[in-house]
Design a protein around this ligand. Structure first.
Ligand code: BGC
Length: 749
């Protein structure tokens, strides 16, 4: 047992605390008070006038497809719909995905939206204002398209580097995930619509996602995945929380009394509502009593658990009427608080400032592209570099995006739509979509068309010839990920490693540009002079990549996830259950079924238990615990500038902030992401604060970084509070988790 002391100061440092409640809105009739208290009062008044039928109708949503069937003239087809109560001016809820732009519902609406870079890219900026601006942009487009509930952001931790949805999430670290996710939500909601934090909780793998029983000690869960939600909810104040598909500690996440009632609603005092993921409800009475407030897309369920069944449960007294009132009150409160009544979203789409929004996407991409390696100052390239051979990655067509419910049909349409499966039932359904921002065009514009050539890389010998003839080769590699589909391993898919190796051998002045949904292995890394991680860079990605390569933008991003050095370093080399699902699909491809609906995404498995033995030691903490060196550490990222750290000051006691001096020792303006780690006793260091600081060339600044002590604390279940260890705490400040520049000690208390 560790010695512990109750955390004296507020658990969230001043600058890390949530933003204040939304500002007072104005209407033509004058100001409308939407303080939490007045929203609550209005919600109670409305509730008092509702019939049981009206209440129950608000607790069960249908899918966008069902809404379209019900009214084919309706233009707001998204992920889901919940009817309002016109006689009481309760608005319909029009729900859409989500985190990377307004998802375009497989194109059924025929519209376009601005596509941001992946959430991992946004997180790599380590700049909360980038996340907020992205959220504000998505929210503005959602509002203009008539949606009033957005289904993002996803703050699940990236526990496994092969996770299919890693690109939709922010980080392996709870502080980074909570802050960046929370800021995105606050940005979305600044448009007077509601946003939804998801997928609550412990939903790190897609393989068997609707059957997995995810297990870990409650204490470790509080310190890791739940901490990301706790911080995200404080920061973003989302109107709703989406419970996940999986089980947590034996109970489905959407009927998990501990997760929903105890942690979320009691310990965190959450005042909004819990909606289910689509098809994630498994019971009526149990779910209703455990804290689920609303079922979503009920057609996705075997039966609707909240539609007619909830009425029976209420009439027979199995679910008290007061529980129904509480659920409806939670929804109404958020409807009023976030302005859905006073500032209704338009029924007919309004105009969108696409140019300005594209700039938001480009700024996010530039802030999120990580310069992983840069030997002998190969980068930045001069526009007068000579002949440039651009190879691979469909860089002549566009930049890759991830698949699934976040897919955005970007403004201007896709530059390429490539099949994922050449045969089988999904051949025409699942596509890899490239936003039409080809890096090749942006590079050619800079060096002159005559100096730039593009080769697809399909023929390695040809690629080698063009690389050999060039002054510089830029080889693009892509790795596609999607919801419901984990990666089998961390290798770049087919032949790309061989291509990169051959190009580097042909021309050592080669820059490797990766577009990946998460960490990948780089067997050619030792020989590469320069490596850039561009993630999925969004609809201005090509231009953003070129600006980084040519030094028009100075790289300032850092890895929000560890990049393993080998396949056996991560806690699980592949998704538990992956081989079973793979075998099922191989068989299915050989014997295609007549009825697509009979396909079982769980590959015939009916249960799957995953023990998360690493507990709260996710990502860099896992590597530190084992003393292993990854290929690239959490927090790593280079700049074209150089920074020096000095004069660490730690106030007495448990410091609410650390202060130090940061100097840009180079002539070039740039931004540094300073990171503060804390460790006690034999515990591995945890990130407790970070800040991105812009410094012009040869200038210095005193930097103060507020600290959040919760990552170092334990949750005292009996007394329901965070407690800090009593042993001395080592504070380290540095440029990454493996590049510590200053250290100090907080004595034992
Ligand atoms: C996904 C959610 C998404 C929902 C609605 C589910 O399959 O897990 O993230 O919001 O669908 O599209």
């Amino acid at each position: 047992m560790r010695n512990i002391v109750v955390l004296a100061a507020s658990a969230c440092g001043a600058a890390l605390c949530p933003p204040a409640a939304v500002a007072e809105p104005q209407t033509e009739q004058g100001p409308v008070a939407t303080t939490p208290a007045s929203a609550d009062a209005r919600a109670r008044q409305t509730l008092a006038q509702m019939t049981l039928d009206e209440k129950l109708a608000m607790l069960s949503g249908i899918s966008g497809t069902a809404a379209m069937k019900a009214d084919p003239r309706e233009k707001r087809i998204g992920a889901g719909f919940v009817p309002g109560v016109p006689r009481l001016a309760i608005p319909d809820l029009w729900e859409t995905d989500a985190g990377l732009g307004v998802a375009t519902a497989s194109g059924v609406r025929g519209d376009f939206a601005t596509a941001l870079p992946s959430s991992l890219a946004t997180a790599a900026s380590f700049d909360p204002s980038i996340a907020r601006a992205g959220g504000a942009m998505i929210g503005a487009e959602a509002r203009a398209k008539g949606f009033n509930v957005l289904l993002g952001g996803g703050v699940n931790l990236v526990r496994d580097p092969w996770g299919g949805r890693a690109f939709e999430y922010y980080s392996e670290d709870p502080l980074v995930s909570g802050i960046m996710g929370g800021e995105a939500i606050a940005g979305i909601q600044s448009n007077r619509i509601i946003s939804t934090i998801k997928h609550y909780a412990l939903n790190p793998q897609e393989t068997g996602r609707t059957i997995v029983d995810a297990r870990m000690s409650r204490e470790a869960l509080r310190q890791s995945d739940l901490l990301a939600f706790e911080i995200g909810i404080e920061r973003g104040q989302p109107g709703s929380v989406m419970c996940a598909y999986n089980k947590v500690l034996g109970d489905w996440a959407c009927e998990n009394d501990w997760l929903l009632n105890t942690v979320l609603k009691e310990d965190w005092g959450y005042r909004g509502w819990v909606m289910s993921d689509w098809g994630a409800v498994h019971s009526t009475e149990k779910a209703a009593l455990a804290g689920l407030d609303q079922e979503s897309g009920r057609e996705a369920e075997r039966q609707s658990f909240f539609h007619t069944s909830l009425r029976e449960a209420v009439s027979s007294g199995r679910v008290p009427a007061s529980a129904i009132d509480d659920k409806v009150l939670r929804i109404l409160r958020m409807i009023y608080e976030h302005g859905l009544v006073d500032h209704p979203t338009p029924a007919v789409p309004t105009e969108i400032e696409f140019e300005a929004h594209a700039d938001v996407a480009q700024r996010a991409a530039e802030a999120g592209i990580v310069l992983l390696k840069n030997q002998r100052k190969l980068l930045p390239l001069s526009p007068r570099v000579g002949r440039v051979a651009v190879i691979g990655g469909h860089a002549n067509a566009g930049v890759l995006s991830g698949g699934g419910s976040t897919q955005v049909r970007s403004v201007g349409g896709y530059g390429a739509e490539l099949p994922v499966f050449s045969t089988g039932p999904f051949a025409n359904v699942v596509k890899m979509n490239y936003h039409a921002s080809p890096p090749f065009g942006s590079i050619a514009r800079r060096v002159g068309e005559a100096n730039a050539s593009f080769t697809s890389g399909a023929d390695i010998a040809e690629a080698v010839r063009t690389a050999r003839d060039a002054d510089v080769a830029i080889v693009f590699a892509t790795e596609w990920r999607a919801e419901a589909l984990d990666r089998e391993n961390l290798n770049l898919p087919p032949e790309q490693d061989a291509l990169i190796k051959a190009v580097i051998e042909a021309n050592p002045r080669t820059v490797v540009v990766l577009q990946t949904g998460g960490p990948v292995l780089m067997p050619w890394l030792d020989r590469a002079m320069a490596v850039v991680e561009a993630w999925y860079p969004g609809q201005r990605g090509g231009e953003a990549i070129a600006r980084i390569l040519f030094g028009e933008a100075n790289p300032s991003a850092r890895l929000p996830v560890t990049f393993p050095a080998s396949a056996d370093q991560p806690p699980r080399p592949e998704a538990p259950g992956f081989q079973q699902v793979k075998a099922y699909f191989e068989n299915l491809f050989a014997n295609p079924p007549k009825d697509m609906a009979s396909i079982d995404l769980n590959g015939g498995m009916t249960s799957l238990t995953v023990d998360y033995q690493e507990g709260a030691d996710v990502g860099y903490r896992w590597y530190a615990r084992r003393g292993w060196k990854p290929a690239f550490a959490f927090g790593h990222g280079l700049s074209y500038s150089k920074f020096a750290y000095s004069k660490l000051e730690l106030p007495n006691g448990v410091p609410p902030a650390v202060t130090f001096t940061l100097r840009n020792t180079s002539a070039r303006s740039g931004a540094e992401v300073a990171q503060v780690y804390a460790a006690s006793g034999s515990e591995v260091p945890r990130l407790v604060g970070f800040s991105k600081i812009n410094l012009s060339g040869r200038s210095r600044q005193t930097v103060q970084i507020p600290l959040d002590w919760r990552p170092l604390s334990t949750w005292d279940e009996a007394n329901r509070r965070w407690v800090l260890p009593q042993t001395p705490i080592t504070i380290s400040v540095g440029a990454s988790s493996d590049d510590i520049r200053l250290t100090g000690t907080v004595p034992a208390r």
